[in-house]
Design a protein. Structure first.
Length: 758
């Protein structure tokens, strides 16, 4: 080499700096290793070799010597070298398979672009002028001879009509390999203490042994001396046997109370062990269910073996359980945080939002984990909860993981959605490709055995009639569709002992206290009448003999039915579906879901049977736009020779990342200041480090309520909300908050009689 070139600096002289060639080789080797699970290590290796090639420029080396300053583009050079040298006679389209990850490894996956003037696009970078001079890269770095002699298998095997999507998905996987490898090698050099803190995952065989021991103990304590117990054992047995089946797509259709959490886990462990798979990813729509399931898993495997990745999980609190050593707590918390960056764990429990949005993200921090979805068992709990307007791209991503990346997908629910290929669900699963784990001949008898409720459609009912019907019950639950309707019905029911209200206008810690009281009264057989929004359906463990449900989608009605006669204490629970004159969300989608549920109720004698559920989803999906942003088409239209300017595919990576959001959340978060949260609120003023702020914000999550912008403006105008440090909105909980119904949007100046003003 004519002069030394460096990738990263360190304390001391340049003899302690990391050489560029060392960094590129380390990252390339790690990329290769990550990509072996999907059998295309060659492209991944070259992404690693080329990603920082622009650092050979004098401009970047001076940037290092100065210790910072104006940023120097060092990401574009690698793609230019790929275009001219690495892939030889291959087209720029194929070169872009490397170009997208290399050019975007810091700023995020760019759009392909339609013209040279599309700022930030890969096409604009192809023609970018005034790049730092990297022309002497070949003198400075001894790169190997090009060895990429074929298209990646994931692309070559895709049908012609779907090759654009397959190419874009492969690029995402390369991007994941590259960004994770780059982060890890940079961390190893710049922060070796942090690198050493990364935990070594527990192996599948160790988890399977712990699971078997737990099930033996559970079996000893709970002998199968009832028909329900025998059915649960049968379900578990089917799942264990199915673990030997070849990888691919599966459904696990189990009624409420059938033990699907442990049974699906049994399948995943047996399947992963049989096929040498890396990890199990449990994807759940609701954080409340995540916390319940994660607690079960931690009880079996220990907290260190279970990685929770969702917005409400507190790594510090989890690490401190049973541990008085502060240094050990800090290490465990750091290990949990580090593992969430790339899901380098054997058992991951996460949300549908985190899982699917990551699959279509463009930022490197969101995409690092993607390569660890390959060669994994992915269990989708409550699979019917996938957003309808994003159903096509969601299912298409699952198909790609199973077809090209060695993963097995399990659709796990009591209300199995219709995800087969149709004219509306163009990316649906091919006929016969999804294998049901429970034998077909067992499904009918199994659902009959677990049948605990009778569903009655009462038609139109006024609020007065609903309140009167609820008052007839010593213990009853009424679930409605809006917060306003819940409040109106609760006021009509009457605020007295044994009457309770639940809605998202109560901060989570408040709801938890109310639910604890509700469960205690249910156990003791005392009067307990509850009016709630649908939040009570999200995995909340309550058991009422009678449930009234305002008309909604059939999947929502089934969820409400899961709160009725849950433990089988009655010969049959009663679920009454009614059509209220008010309290209906304005969303046209809600109206269509309710319409099709009503049609199925009119046509079916057993509303919760698999046949009725299939009928509902068939009707719903055939009348909906299942890809609102045309995500799948936007990638397929960019196949080679189609929407390619100068043969550079116009993949809309950045655009799709902005559009693909599971929750269209325009709400404003408000922290409710109560005596138990006051100290944390005060710390908002003084916390300045990232770690301090993280701890404070996680501590305040149980006291946070989301309101719509117009509601926030109302509270602001009433003077009950103040803003701290321009970002944190704090509600004076002593005013405008009621211990029975929560935040009072209609009476923000309300003051409880026993409140004290200082």
């Amino acid at each position: 080499m004519s002069y030394p070139v460096y990738a990263h600096t360190a304390d001391g002289g340049k003899e302690h700096w990391q050489g560029l060639q060392e960094h590129l080789l380390h990252v390339a080797r790690q990329c290769e290793e990550f990509a072996r699970s999907f059998d295309d290590a060659g492209y991944a290796k070259w992404c690693g070799l080329l990603h920082d090639l622009g650092k050979v420029s004098h401009e970047f080396q001076r940037y290092l010597e100065r210790g910072g300053g104006a940023r120097v583009d060092h990401s574009t050079a690698g793609w230019h070298v790929a275009l001219k040298h690495v892939l030889g006679g291959r087209s720029p389209y194929v070169s872009s398979i490397i170009g997208f990850p290399v050019a975007g490894h810091h700023a995020g996956l760019p759009n392909g672009g339609h013209t040279r003037n599309d700022e930030g696009s890969l096409l604009a970078r192809k023609y970018k002028e005034n790049l730092p001079d990297f022309s002497r890269w070949n003198d400075q770095l001894a790169l190997p001879e090009p060895d990429i002699d074929r298209l990646p298998r994931a692309i070559a095997q895709a049908p012609a009509a779907e090759r654009g999507f397959a190419t874009a998905f492969f690029i995402r996987m390369l991007f994941s390999c590259l960004t994770d490898a780059d982060y890890l090698d940079t961390e190893q050099f710049c922060d070796p203490e942090r690198a050493r803190a990364r935990p070594a995952p527990v192996g599948i065989s160790g988890l399977l042994a712990a699971f078997d021991a737990h099930m033996r103990e559970l079996g000893a304590r709970k002998a199968a001396n009832s028909s329900i117990g025998a059915w649960r054992n049968s379900i578990l047995g089917h799942c264990r046997e199915a673990g030997a089946m070849e990888r691919g797509l599966f459904s696990l259709t189990v009624p409420t109370g059938g033990g699907k959490t442990l049974s699906s886990l049994a399948f995943a462990l047996e399947h992963a062990q049989r096929h040498g798979m890396q990890r199990i990813i449990y994807v759940i729509p609701f954080t409340s269910i995540i916390e319940q399931n994660a607690a079960v898993f931690e009880g079996i495997f220990g907290p260190e073996a279970v990685l929770q990745h969702h917005c409400t999980h507190d790594a510090e609190a989890a690490a401190s359980r049973g541990d008085v050593d502060e240094e050990a707590q800090a290490l465990k918390a750091m290990q949990k945080r580090l593992a969430t960056e790339n899901w380098d764990a054997t058992l991951v429990v996460t949300t549908s939002v985190q899982f699917f949005e990551s699959l279509y993200a463009s930022r490197s921090s969101r995409c690092r984990k993607l390569h660890n979805m390959a060669n994994s068992v992915i269990i989708l709990d409550e699979a019917q909860m996938l957003p309808t307007d994003l159903l096509n791209p969601s299912v298409r991503a699952l198909k790609e993981l199973a077809a090209a990346y060695g993963s097995s997908i399990v659709l796990c629910t009591a209300t199995q959605p219709s995800l087969g290929r149709t004219p509306c669900l163009k990316s649906g699963f091919a006929p016969g490709s999804v294998r049901e784990i429970i034998p077909q001949e067992s499904l009918g008898p199994m659902f009959e055995a677990f049948k605990r409720v009778q569903v009655e459609y009462a038609g139109a009912m006024t609020d007065e009639q609903v309140a009167a019907r609820l008052k007839e019950q010593e213990q009853g639950l009424c679930v409605v569709n809006t917060r306003k309707h819940a409040r109106q019905l609760f006021d009509l029911l009457g605020r007295q002992e044994g009457h309770f209200h639940l809605s998202a206008l109560m901060y989570p810690a408040h709801r938890t206290r109310v639910l604890d009281t509700i469960r205690q009264r249910l156990r003791e057989g005392r009067v307990c009448r509850v009016v709630s929004t649908s939040l009570v359906e999200a995995g909340v463990d309550v058991d009422f003999p009678v449930v009234l449900r305002a008309l909604a989608g059939l999947d929502s009605i089934a969820q409400a039915a899961g709160r009725c006669n849950r433990e089988g204490r009655h010969s049959a629970g009663q679920v009454i579906v009614f059509n209220p004159p008010t309290g209906k969300p304005k969303s046209p989608y809600f109206a269509r879901r309710a319409h099709w549920a009503e049609r199925v109720m009119e046509a079916s004698d057993d509303l919760l049977s698999p046949a009725a559920i299939k009928d509902y989803f068939d009707r719903l999906y055939s009348n909906e736009n299942l890809d609102r942003f045309k995500v799948v088409d936007s990638f397929n239209e960019c196949a080679e020779g189609q929407d390619c300017v100068h043969e550079v595919p116009a993949f809309p990576f950045a655009d799709v990342a902005r559009q693909f959001t599971f929750i269209d959340d325009a709400s404003v978060a408000i922290i409710v200041e109560r005596p138990e949260s006051a100290e944390l609120v005060a710390m908002l003023e003084t916390a300045y480090t990232r770690e301090e702020m993280r701890r404070v914000m996680r501590g305040l999550q149980p006291y946070t309520v989301a309101v719509y912008p117009h509601e926030f403006a109302l509270l602001k105008a009433a003077g009950t909300v103040r803003t701290i440090r321009e970002h944190f909105h704090v509600h004076a909980g002593v005013m405008g908050y009621c211990d029975q119904v929560g935040l009072l949007l209609d009476d923000p100046a309300f003051m409880a009689a026993d409140s004290q003003i200082f």
